[in-house]
Every structure is written in structure tokens, then in C-alpha cells.
Design a protein around this ligand. Structure first.
Ligand SMILES: [Zn+2]
Length: 94
């Protein structure tokens, strides 16, 4: 294995535990479970009332109130999908 391959493997295997939130942002509960699930995003402004469902997002679910908190990687995927969804919606509107 070359040094470059070894470095890439290390990056791929980087643990994501550090991104786990200490407590729920909604109820301050600490019983959070990591899940891969669909994350609904409510749009605002011009697209108020519309929702984008982003599939298979890595996130933490609060067991007390059900609040969903995407991980850093999950949030990046949500942002990409929402940007694409907004363009789609705007394309239909105009
Ligand atoms: Zn909660």
C-alpha cells in the first residue's frame, strides 16, 4: 500500500463520534440514537409551506421528543438536496 492510499484509508475511517450532540436542541434530553432515515426540511420565504424530504440522512434522533439532528455529513447532504430541491421548485413556478 502506498502512503497516499494509507492516508485516504485513514480519512475514510475517521470516527464520527465527535459529531454526536451532547443533548437534544429541543428538550435538552440526552437519550440520542444514531439513525439513517428520511429528514424532512420545511422551506421558508417564497417556498413557504413546501417540504423537501431528504432520504437516508445520518442523524441523531432524540428518544424523548423525536427531534432530529443531522450529523455534519448528514447536514451536508441535506444542504445539497435542499439547494437542488429549491431549484426544482423554482423551475416549476416560473
Ligand atoms: Zn428532545
Amino acid at each position: 500500500m502506498t502512503a497516499t492510499q494509507r492516508r485516504e484509508r485513514t480519512i475514510m475511517a475517521r470516527p464520527t463520534k465527535s459529531s454526536k450532540p451532547a443533548e437534544c436542541q429541543a428538550c435538552q434530553g440526552t437519550d440520542l440514537v444514531r439513525r439513517i432515515t428520511t429528514y424532512p426540511v420545511h422551506l421558508a420565504g417564497e417556498l413557504k409551506g413546501k417540504q423537501i424530504h431528504v432520504g437516508r440522512v445520518a442523524l441523531y434522533e432524540c428518544q424523548s421528543c423525536g427531534h432530529l439532528m443531522p450529523t455534519a455529513a448528514g447536514q451536508a447532504k441535506v444542504d445539497r438536496n435542499v439547494n437542488m430541491g429549491i431549484r426544482l421548485f423554482l423551475g416549476q413556478l416560473h
